[in-house]
Write a protein that binds this ligand. Structure first.
Ligand code: SAM
Length: 239
């Protein structure tokens, strides 16, 4: 599995991110656990080493191309699934405190197992809906950075993410080219929830050339108390 580590190192290097040997080793162990658990639970449709390396691990690291969080920053990954993008970011930036929010119990079990097996500290796996957890005193308005990939259209995602952030905090949404249609539909949600789009960066993944849009949003004002609405309401009636 030397090739797997070299592939990761080269691909991250192409994005300007340098991976240390201990990080590559953790990615390899994460990959092995993903494949092992995937036989029992459906965690990912991608199983080939190259696909997981590029389309899960490297794709997750594109968050770091629009923002370099301060050491010790509190980061929340909403709808993390098998850990993307939060765990790869945490592997590269061990100094961050990372909360992984996921509503499916079997995925939560996987994430807790991976965090333990990789010997990671500063990882909190929160089992529940973002709409409920964002109302919890321990989580509401307490994060510096929120991340999300492949969870919901942007107007819905904003209602999940912005309540978790402190004013001045940042939200990074990993999206595909279709975000160009979601952005104009997000104006109302941004106004109501207190967010401003700072940047939409186009990234082409190394090796595959797949196009990604990394959207950086700043929380510019407090989110009104009534948001997020009850679980399921943001999807049924987007702002
Ligand atoms: N972010 C991961 C990725 O990019 O591979 C997982 C994407 S998967 C399509 C969406 C995940 O979000 C699922 O694991 C689902 O259980 C979780 N999810 C969806 N809505 C959620 C909510 N309101 N609160 C917490 N988790 C949610």
């Amino acid at each position: 599995m030397h090739e797997f580590k070299q592939l990761l190192r080269d691909a991250a290097g192409a994005l300007g991110i340098s991976l240390m040997e201990n990080m590559c080793e953790r990615f390899l162990r994460y990959y092995r656990l993903l494949i092992e658990w995937n036989e029992k639970f459906n965690l990912t449709s991608l199983i080939e080493p190259r696909d997981v390396a590029i389309k899960h691990f490297i794709d997750s690291l594109t968050c770091l191309l629009v923002h370099n969080p301060a050491g010790g920053a509190r980061v929340v990954d909403i709808g993390t699934g098998a850990g993307f993008p939060g765990l790869p970011v945490k592997i590269v930036r061990e100094d961050l405190h990372c909360t992984l929010v996921e509503s499916t119990g079997k995925k939560v079990s996987f994430l807790r197992h991976v965090a333990g097996a990789l010997g990671m500290t500063g990882v909190d796996v929160a089992c529940g809906r973002a709409e409920d957890l964002a109302r919890h005193v321990h989580y509401r308005a307490s994060f510096d950075l929120a991340l999300a990939r492949a969870v919901a259209p942007l107007p819905v995602l904003l209602e999940f993410a912005l309540p978790f952030l402190k004013t001045g905090g940042l939200f990074i949404a990993l999206k595909g080219p279709a975000v160009q249609e979601e952005l104009p539909a997000s104006g109302n949600a941004l106004n109501i929830l207190g967010g401003t789009v700072k940047e939409v960066k186009t990234v082409f993944l190394p090796l595959t050339g797949d196009e990604r849009k990394v959207v950086l949003i700043e929380k510019t004002g407090p989110t009104p108390e009534k948001y997020p609405r009850r679980p399921g309401v943001p999807q049924r009636r987007p702002l």
